[in-house]
Design a protein around this ligand. Sequence first.
Ligand code: 5GP
Ligand code: ZN
Length: 126
Amino acid sequence: MEDCIFCKIINKEIPCYKIYEDENVLAFLDIAKKDYGHTLVIPKKHYKNCVDCDEKTLSMVISVVKKIGKHYVEDCGFNSFVVLNANGEEAGQTVFHLHFHIVPKNSELNLSADTPLEEQQARLRF
Ligand code: 5GP
Ligand code: ZN
C-alpha cells in the first residue's frame, strides 16, 4: 500500500534490521530503541489491524510471534518476552499496517536499549 512505512520496508524501499522472513511474514527490529531487542512482526500483505486481517494470515503471523519468542528464550539468553498489539489510534497504534511487538526480557543480561541495532540483530536473528 502506498504511503505505508511497513509496506516500504517489505518492498525494500526502506532498510530494516531483519530478524526473520518467510513467504508471508517479516520480522525486524523496531527503530525506536526504547527496549533492547524490540521486534516487530508483520504480514507481507497490507492489513490495517487484526480485525481487517483474514484468520489464515493472522494465524501465520502469530505462529512467527511464537517462533521468535521461543528463539529468544531458548537460543538468545532471555527468560521471557512481552507481546503487544494495538488496534486503532486510541489503543496506541501509530502505524496502520498490522504488527505485533515482541520485547524479550532478562534484566541480568544488562543489555542497553542504546546498543546499535546491527549488534542487536547479530544476537537475535535466525
Ligand atoms: P504502534 O505504535 O503502531 O503499535 O507501533 C509502531 C512501531 O513502529 C513503533 O514502535 C515505531 O517505533 C516503529 N516504527 C515506525 N517507523 C519505523 C521504521 O521506519 N522502521 C522501523 N524499524 N520501525 C518503525
Ligand atoms: Zn502496509
